[in-house]
Design a protein around this ligand. Structure first.
Ligand code: NAD
Ligand code: DAU
Length: 382
């Protein structure tokens, strides 16, 4: 019998005291958002517990994202376990050995373009992996109270908006890429475990994150590094697709609010309330870069301005036109709010990439070059 099956559904919040002294199993903690969340935990005055980072270290996972935490907390309050979330026995063994009572599930294949070129890994990790974790928690937490499975999801599960409207927690799911379909599927499994087995769960659906340590396959770091190298800045389609942008630290503070104050069984939207067209984003990156590292001092630019590198290329198949988030619920119920404006967050991000040349060099390896070649060589300028 699984966790909670003998009792009533736990509808309450865990509270800061319980979460603050718990052992947390964070999946995908060496990726972009997961590593930021682990750093955020150790900066929380209310957190004195332990963290187990369970990560397979795919191309997107990088131990260098947490060198500081490993140095300060490694073997004391921070433990790294390399493993695959699809490996039930391994996950269960780590859960039991660590005594983790809170799981924060970030691990996923996360890049839409990769899901178009190779959907299989997305089905495996995002669906099968989430299922495996849920089963392991159900087994490890049998008869336990004060446990929580928090699932990190995305606004992409809601589909694509027209010129107006916002995604609410109640918006029907309408995923349109293999990535968003696999995330939607995992969300459904998480809810099913709450209703069927009374596993205490929460879900958050967040919009586009940006910030330090983001793998440069995603829009902002890709454009930034290409601009620095004097390479084309490839905007898909007409460049007018709209995303809502949130600085990654603000996502992490929202997840902490949900862990401590969120009610089991609930879903919370998280967003920046900051809609921008892709071309506006890229123009802003060029503008800030110009103030920090003027193009005239960059030999790779050969006399051009950064914005001269903007190139319109063929569109992403099934490209969702617009995402926009209504996050009133988390603001109202959990008193969360964004701390960083887009201008502040973007400047901090660009400064970070300029200052961390070693990290950047380490990322731009053969695997990364192969991806860039595969994705962009096949994208002619229309
Ligand atoms: P990322 O690609 O940077 O990191 C993913 C991490 O998961 C990596 O460390 C990788 O090694 C690990 N991983 C992948 N497959 C695994 C497996 N089978 N077993 C164990 N570990 C595995 O991703 P991210 O951008 O940090 O996103 C984290 C989560 O947030 C994902 O669930 C994503 O869907 C969600 N999300 C991302 C954004 C965004 O803008 N990046 C926005 C909303 C939601
Ligand atoms: O909305 C949340 C989602 O945001 C997360 O769930 C995903 O994990 C995350 O990758 C992100 O998905 P997007 O597809 O929106 O992000 P990406 O950075 O890949 O692209 C942002 C927009 O920029 C999108 O409209 C496609 C466009 N784009 C992207 C790249 C990489 C370009 O025009 N050119 C590019 O080279």
């Amino acid at each position: 019998m699984g966790a909670g099956m003998t009792g009533a559904v736990q509808k309450g919040a865990l509270g800061e005291k319980t979460v603050g002294s718990a052992t947390l199993l964070v999946t995908g903690g060496a990726g972009f958002i997961g590593s930021c969340f682990i750093r955020h935990l150790f900066e929380q005055p209310g957190f004195s517990g332990k963290v187990v980072n369970f990560d397979k270290l795919t191309y997107a996972g990088n131990p260098a994202n947490l060198t500081d935490i490993e140095k300060q907390q490694g073997g004391k309050r921070y433990f790294f376990e390399q493993g695959d979330i699809c490996d039930h026995d391994r996950v269960l063994a780590v859960l039991k050995k660590s005594g983790a009572t809170v799981v924060v599930h970030f691990a996923a294949e996360s890049h839409v373009d990769r899901s178009i070129l190779g959907p299989q890994d997305f089905v495996r990790t995002n669906i099968q992996g989430t299922f495996t974790l849920l089963e392991a928690c159900r087994s490890a937490w049998e008869g336990k109270r004060d446990v929580r499975f928090h699932h990190i999801s995305t606004d992409e599960v809601y589909g694509s908006l027209g010129e107006t409207g916002l995604f609410l927690e109640t918006t029907p799911y309408d995923p349109r890429s293999p990535y968003s379909a696999s995330k939607a599927s995992s969300d459904h499994l998480v809810r099913a475990y709450f209703h069927t087995y009374q596993l205490p769960v929460t879900i958050s659906n967040c919009s586009n994150n940006y910030g330090p340590y983001q793998f440069p396959e995603k829009l902002i770091p890709l454009m930034l590094l290409n601009a620095m190298g004097g390479k084309p800045l490839p905007l898909y389609g007409d460049g007018k697709n709209v995303r809502d942008w949130l600085f990654v630290d603000d996502h992490c503070s929202a997840v902490w609010s949900i862990l401590t104050g969120g009610l089991s069984g609930e879903t919370y939207n998280i967003g920046g309330e900051c809609e921008r067209q892709n071309r506006q984003i890229v123009e802003k990156v060029c503008e800030i870069l110009e103030t920090l590292r003027p193009a005239r001092g960059n030999a790779a630019l050969n006399g051009r301005a950064y914005s001269d590198l903007i190139t319109y290329v063929s569109d992403r198949p099934g490209h969702d036109r617009r995402y926009a988030i209504n996050c009133d619920k988390i603001k109202r119920d959990l008193e969360w709010k964004q701390r960083f404006t887009f201008e502040e967050g973007l400047r901090k991000t660009i400064e970070w990439y300029l200052a961390h040349t070693e990290w950047v060099r380490g990322i731009q390896t053969g695997e990364y070059r192969k991806w860039v070649e595969t994705n962009y060589a096949a994208r002619p300028v229309p």
